[in-house]
Design a protein around this ligand. Sequence first.
Ligand SMILES: [Zn+2]
Length: 357
Amino acid sequence: MSIEISTVFCGGNAKDVSFDGKTVKFHPDIRDTEGDWFYWALEVKGAGGMTLSFDMSPKSYVGYFGAAVSRDLHSWKWSDTANADRTGFTYTFAPDENDVFFAHDMLYHPSDFYSFAEKHGLSVSILCTDRKGTPVPYLEIGHGSRVILLTARHHCCESTGNYEMEGIIDEYMKNPLPDSRLVAIPFIDADGVVAGDQGKNRFPHDHNRDYIDGIYPAVRAVRSIMGQGHTLAVFDLHSPWHLSGRNDKVFIVRNGTSDIEDFRLMGRCFESEITPDAMRYRTSDDIDPGVEWNVSGSQRLACGSWCGTFPGVDLSFSLETTYFGDKDDVVSQAKMVETGRCFWRGYLRYRAEKGLT
Ligand SMILES: [Zn+2]
């Protein structure tokens, strides 16, 4: 069987692909992102029983634990075979492994969201159609006049938040907030998710810098939901930079739209609900306004900050979830989902401590 390297699948991304019989060389395809970014995903067919090397040098966009590996684009594990300089990795295919996906991180696609909804007896609706025709799905759960809004994939390569979204929805169904609906929009940049774009710093601006202009259909739909005036809280789920430092953690991006004490309280409540099966979270990892990249000039166009200016919105922020974690706290799909459950319980605790019903 001849070996085939492909990017023709949901989320596929690689360029400069070559194969000499032993080593697959490639680079992340930056497309319309301004500057550099790190997302890549490719498929190898027909390599059963072989050991191959993968090399994207001089880029070092392999995580601490190697590539994310999947046979079906749904279940992911780490290869645990990163090169020392993380410019590549190796993989030994089992004799029957003739179709394997490799990616920067544990991907999450629309089919995952539909499967999740079906398992929970929830019916997915379509919010709008993206510019290239991709449907933008959403779930509305519960009954009541008040809205809790969840969003993810303003930056289409950032899949970790989708796993947390599953956990938040799962926990909400067990522990709902009275007189409220949970509105969950998992793919704001749906075109980009399917195409396998980077999404971050997309020209002329990315989806999380679009809240003034509204050039993207799903952003306009979020603005319209906010305009109805019933929203209590907005949690916008992201993944941070590739790795290192705070990027190896779960953290809240504090902005200027809520009192700093509210952010501190939410952080303490979330931390207190973290279970051993979740990713580690410490509120001391949260980033204050004005620190590093978290400056008001760029953030005011972002979902969390923009939505936070509406009357009645008590909390509105980005939650960032690491792609890889660190050696003491390695990312898995199950841990990210559990972190979402903990987050929802933390939010309920926050409301209770503030005396909010
Ligand atoms: Zn982001």
